[in-house]
Design a protein around this ligand. Structure first.
Ligand code: ADP
Ligand code: MG
Length: 198
C-alpha cells in the first residue's frame, strides 16, 4: 500500500484541553489508513481571534497515511465533531474544543472548494509553525519554496520588529535578513513571550 506523509495542526481552548489533544491523536491513530508517526511538544498560545477567549494548546503531528487528502480532511472534521465542535454555532475565530487542520500533504498543492493544501494560513501563524518546525524542520513548503524552519524563523524575526528572511532561507531570490540564530549559534526557537512550551 502506498503511503503519503501528511502534517496536521491541532488546537483547543475549551474543556480539558490536554485531554482533547490526546484524544484527537488517539482517534487519528485508530483510523484505518492513518499512522501517527511523530508528534510535537504541546505549547500554550495566546488566541488570535476575538478577545475574551482562553489560551490555546497547540501541537502538530506527522501522519503516514493511505487516505487521499480529501478523505483525510473529512476524517479530521469528523473527529472535531466527535469532540463537540459545532461549526454552525461557533463564532469565526472563536473558542473551540478542537481544531484539526491539514497543513501539508506530501508536496501536493491543492486548491479546491473546501480543501486548500498547504493550509493557506500556515505561514502566518506562529502557533502552527512552532510545533510544525519541530517535526518538519526541513520539509519544503511546496508553494513558497522554503523550509518550514525558515518560515518559522522569518515569522519570529518579524514579530521582533525586524525584517526579511533568515539567512537559513535558500529560496531563489530570497533576501538575506538579520540572523535569527541564538547566541550559541542555535536557532532562536521560541520567540517573544507569545507562547510557552508546556
Ligand atoms: P481555521 O482552522 O483556518 O481557523 P476553520 O477550522 O474554521 O478555520 O476551517 C474553515 C474551513 O476550512 C473548514 O470548514 C474546512 O472545510 C476548510 N478547509 C480548507 N482547507 C483546509 C485544510 N487544509 N485544513 C483544514 N480545513 C480546511
Ligand atoms: Mg481548522
Amino acid at each position: 500500500m502506498s503511503r503519503s506523509e501528511a502534517y496536521v495542526g491541532l488546537g483547543t481552548n475549551l474543556g480539558d484541553r490536554r485531554r482533547n489533544l490526546e484524544s484527537a491523536l488517539a482517534a487519528l491513530a485508530s483510523t484505518p489508513g492513518i499512522e501517527v508517526a511523530a508528534t510535537s511538544t504541546i505549547i500554550e498560545t495566546v488566541p488570535v481571534g476575538p478577545s475574551g477567549q482562553g489560551l490555546y494548546l497547540n501541537a502538530a503531528a506527522r501522519l503516514r497515511t493511505a487516505l487521499d487528502p480529501r478523505r483525510l480532511l473529512e476524517v479530521c472534521l469528523a473527529i472535531e465533531a466527535d469532540h463537540g465542535r459545532d461549526r454552525r454555532r461557533e463564532e469565526r475565530g472563536g473558542p473551540r474544543r478542537l481544531d484539526l487542520d491539514l497543513l501539508l500533504y506530501d508536496d501536493r498543492i491543492i486548491d479546491e472548494p473546501g480543501l486548500t493544501v498547504p493550509h493557506p494560513r500556515l505561514h502566518e501563524r506562529s502557533f502552527v509553525l512552532g510545533p510544525l518546525a519541530e517535526i518538519a524542520e526541513s520539509v519544503i513548503h511546496p508553494v513558497l519554496g522554503v523550509s518550514i524552519e525558515c518560515l518559522r524563523a522569518r515569522l519570529a524575526s518579524w514579530s521582533r520588529a525586524e525584517y526579511g528572511w533568515s539567512t537559513a532561507c535558500s529560496a531563489p531570490g530570497a533576501r538575506a535578513g538579520p540572523s535569527t540564530k541564538g547566541p550559541a549559534g542555535g536557532p532562536a526557537r521560541w520567540p517573544g513571550g507569545e507562547w510557552s512550551e508546556l
